[in-house]
Design a protein. Structure first.
Length: 140
């Protein structure tokens, strides 16, 4: 069994992850560097037996994790899109919590960065999803 750990401070980040060349079809067609969004108080600290770490960052060494070719996990918010950002913004207390960890005005800065990189973020997420669907043969 793998292990997760709580961070001493929230990781509210907009950064790059590295996905080195790997034959696992779940990361096929991805370049080696991708912009992502992460906002967590917990993270995977040890991969479970049999799992393969496919991507990492300076913030979290386990960013993309696979078990074989049919299970995929991301530490970053692979679902992050314009709708996600809008939902987070409308969640009561979310902005206050974010800024309690990153400082006053940090949420606006985060939104500017995320929206400016949304196309790249979405392309990465779509590729991961398409690869998973293809590998699991969920859709003909």
């Amino acid at each position: 069994m793998g292990r997760s750990a709580f961070r001493t401070s929230a990781s509210t980040e907009f950064f790059n992850i590295d996905i080195p060349h790997n034959p696992n079809p779940l990361v096929a067609g991805l370049s080696e560097r991708h912009k992502v969004v992460q906002w967590h108080m917990a993270e995977v600290s040890d991969a479970p037996p049999g799992a393969q770490i496919l991507g990492s960052s300076e913030v979290s060494p386990i960013q993309v994790l696979a078990v074989g070719e049919h299970a995929l996990s991301t530490q970053f918010h692979s679902e992050c899109g314009a709708q996600s950002l809008m939902a987070w913004t409308q969640t009561p207390g979310y902005i206050d919590l974010f800024e309690a960890h990153k400082g006053k005005g940090s949420y606006e800065k985060f939104l500017r960065q995320a929206y400016s990189a949304m196309s790249e973020i979405n392309t990465t997420s779509e590729r991961l999803y398409d690869n998973l669907v293809s590998a699991t043969k969920l859709v003909a």
